[in-house]
Design a binder for this molecule. Structure first.
Ligand code: ATP
Ligand code: MG
Ligand code: FE
Length: 338
């Protein structure tokens, strides 16, 4: 049995073929970074058009790399929420067309749940129940993940997502888009203690995040506060590296602390982490340290399954098992529903 999974929620056009036993036969990701970088963020209209141009070649590629033909597909899955409406619609239309013409089940998946499921894919044993953290471009969410793959939101950011903060801070520092990888690279040469940025909600009893104040703090430290008399020194390469390292360390400190807090509060021993920011080397290292020291089990999605991809939509096999097959009037749910 072969699942074709399609992902087009934001600015990656992706398709993958996954077997029933979770073997990833192909995982094709066509990133639109080069189209959006000059704007420092994703432009929805450009994203939709690019998805439309790329979706069929990407699906063809995924089938070719998997060594199968269209007729061998037994199920098709697509991310229908959350994301950009125009982007989601391209993937959905392709998936519906295949389901109808091949007469195979159509499964709708939630992109954020897929980010968490990415942790499970290379595991023999079930990971859940667990606490789950999704740190991505649009979300910083903590979940209670039940063994039946029911994901209940237990904490979130009240303003910017962690990935969004990486992207905006990179823009402030004049680094390339997307900000995550460029800040990580720049931070290598910087001092993470150079700037004591605010660790918002670090000691707060509630499971919540805030990264917008941090972003402003970096802006003022880098380019000056319009209200202040004294302006900061010139933005040298060394200063940029210190700012990047201090910013990254601040985000990581908060994320690690909140994961530990959630595990303790809910009495769970397993932590699953996914989403683009989970590719961050410092975050991975610090999560390893924390969980090792506190005696928790940690699973972080492999880096290529952290950023957007279609393979993680293999959670669709579980939906199929539970009979959750979508009708052809399936629609997208773009908004931040959870
Ligand atoms: P969402 O999943 O919330 O809908 P998205 O799909 O756009 O949003 P992802 O593709 O999961 O987000 O992640 C992209 C984000 O991950 C970007 O903000 C990017 O800067 C960040 N990111 C990628 N690599 C790294 C890294 N090494 N360190 C930190 N952040 C990173
Ligand atoms: Mg993206
Ligand atoms: Fe994502």
């Amino acid at each position: 049995e072969y699942l074709l999974a399609i992902e087009s929620s934001c600015d990656e056009t992706a398709a993958a073929v996954i077997t029933r036993d979770m073997r990833i036969l192909s995982n094709v990701v066509s990133s639109q970074t080069s189209l959006h970088e000059k704007f420092g963020g994703v432009v929805p209209e450009i994203a939709s058009r690019a998805h439309l141009e790329r979706i069929l070649p990407v699906i063809d590629d995924a089938l070719k790399q998997a060594g199968i033909t269209l007729n061998q597909l037994t199920t098709v899955a697509v991310a229908t929420e959350p994301g950009l409406v125009g982007s989601l619609l391209i993937g959905l239309t392709a998936a519906k067309t295949l389901a109808l013409t091949l007469d195979i089940p159509l499964i709708a998946v939630n992109h954020i749940e897929c980010h968490l499921f990415a942790c499970q894919m290379q595991e023999d044993q079930p990971l859940f129940p667990a606490i789950g953290l999704v740190v991505s471009g649009g979300h910083t969410n903590l979940y209670h993940c039940s063994e039946t793959l029911q994901f209940d939101l237990i904490g979130a950011t009240i303003d910017d997502a962690a990935g969004e903060a990486f992207d905006k801070v990179a823009k402030i520092l004049g680094l390339t888009y997307p900000g995550g990888p460029s800040i990580q690279n720049t931070a290598i040469n910087g001092n993470p203690k150079a700037f004591p940025f605010p660790r918002t909600f670090l000691k707060d009893p509630e499971l919540r995040f805030s990264f917008s104040g941090l972003k402003t703090a970096v802006l003022y430290a880098a380019l000056g506060n319009p209200g202040a008399k004294k302006q900061p020194p010139a933005l040298t390469e060394e200063r940029i590296a210190d700012l990047a390292a201090s910013f990254q360390a601040t985000v990581v400190d908060v994320l690690v602390a909140k994961c530990q807090q959630a595990l303790t509060q809910y009495g769970y021993s397993t932590l699953c982490v996914g989403g683009g920011v989970a590719a961050n080397a410092l975050l991975r290292e610090r999560l390893q340290e924390m969980t090792k020291q506190a005696g928790f089990r940690l699973r972080i999605a492999p880096p290529d399954l952290c950023t957007d991809n279609a393979a993680m939509a293999a959670i669709a096999w579980h939906h199929l098992d539970q009979g959750r097959i979508a009708a052809l009037d399936l629609d997208v749910t773009p908004g931040l529903v959870r």
